[in-house]
Design a protein around this ligand. Structure first.
Ligand code: C5P
Length: 324
């Protein structure tokens, strides 16, 4: 067995997120476009004594609103520190990393004996896929530590069991279409990365509640929601060369969570408008929230917006870019 392995766990956002009808399983069909962001946690796996051990460390613990540097190639430790990324990360068996390690060992018929060191930069509970990326990094790391004890397709299937964002995080790549609860992934040609600003409020939106709010609204409207439409979720994508253009991508931008989440947390809708007012080309809720992702044309504008957002003292802000 190798001594120790280190993996990076990249954050994501969803440029497009359509929530389709609820299936018999209780889960919803999805049609989504994942973007990988230049912001990552570090995951280190060290073969150890019996069992699974997990330690979580945040990068800094400054209060939201304190100034952080917003440089190009963002996601610096300082930026992330402003939103206390480790503050809401569960320890032990509740953590997706722990569950990933447990599932992996069980599937491979191995006794677990590993220490996981997690260094957080991606804020938890914000719709940025940090927990999922950490879990995918654990799967990749264990695959390396055990020299491939499981066949690749089994790794993908474990990723699907762990959560909707884990298969994309496992696959890597800058941009992908996801459907069937995120279990199916089609890598897409990506445009040049754009400067982005993540606005991270202190509030948390539990993902199951957000799905429940969509169901409630549909029940009230007497609609079941759109059915999943076969390969690729039925989404008709523009030709690959157009996907490299931000104009074409802007036409695909939608997030079905915005309406129900903004209704319950109007301040998030307010921040979206602020970001558009600050010159963002696009601003949208990331996943089911609570972070907002704003896409800018120039780093200068992104940084100016970041300064004003931080100056409010109400929310954290992380400069990043994507997809990459
Ligand atoms: O996969 P993820 O960790 O995001 O799922 C969290 C919860 O969100 C699930 O337990 C389920 O309640 C809900 N969910 C859903 N349909 C999906 C994905 C998640 O209803 N496609």
């Amino acid at each position: 067995m190798a001594d120790a392995v280190a993996e990076r766990a990249w954050a994501k956002t969803n440029l497009r997120l359509r929530v389709l009808a609820r299936e018999e399983s209780g889960f919803h069909g999805l049609e989504t476009i994942f973007l990988r962001l230049d912001l990552a946690d570090d995951v280190e796996l060290v073969p150890g004594e019996e069992g699974i051990r997990l330690s979580v460390e945040g990068v800094g613990h400054r209060e939201a609103g304190e100034a952080g540097e917003a440089g190009e190639g963002g996601g610096t430790d300082d930026d992330a520190a402003a939103v206390d990324p480790a503050g809401r990360v569960p320890g032990g068996a509740e953590n997706l990393c722990w569950q990933a390690a447990s599932l992996y060992h069980e599937a491979a018929g191995l006794e677990p004996a590993v220490s996981i060191r997690l260094r957080k930069r991606v804020p938890a509970g914000a719709g940025l896929g940090g927990g999922s990326a950490d879990a995918a990094a654990v799967l990749r790391g264990l695959d390396r530590l055990t020299a491939g004890a499981l066949p690749p397709e089994e790794l993908v299937s474990l990723a699907g069991e762990l959560g909707s964002d884990v298969p994309f995080a496992l696959a890597g790549g800058a941009m992908a279409l996801g459907w069937e609860r995120g279990r199916r992934i089609l890598p897409l040609p990506a445009p040049d990365p754009r400067p982005m600003l993540l606005v991270v409020p202190g509030l948390r939106v539990p993902t199951p509640s957000a799905y429940g709010w969509i169901d409630e609204a549909r029940e009230d409207a007497g609609s079941a929601g759109e059915q999943a439409g076969g390969a690729g979720g039925g989404l008709r994508l523009p030709p690959p060369e157009e996907l490299r253009s931000w104009d074409a991508l802007a036409d695909l931008q939608v997030n079905d969570f915005e309406e129900p989440v903004f209704r319950r947390h109007p301040e998030l809708g307010w921040w979206k408008e602020e970001l558009l007012g600050e010159g963002a080309e696009l601003a949208f809720l990331s996943g089911s929230g609570s972070a907002l992702c704003a896409v800018f044309r120039e780093p200068r504008r992104r940084d100016a917006a970041g300064e004003r957002v931080r100056a409010s003292g109400e929310v954290g802000a992380i400069a990043t870019r994507g997809p990459l």
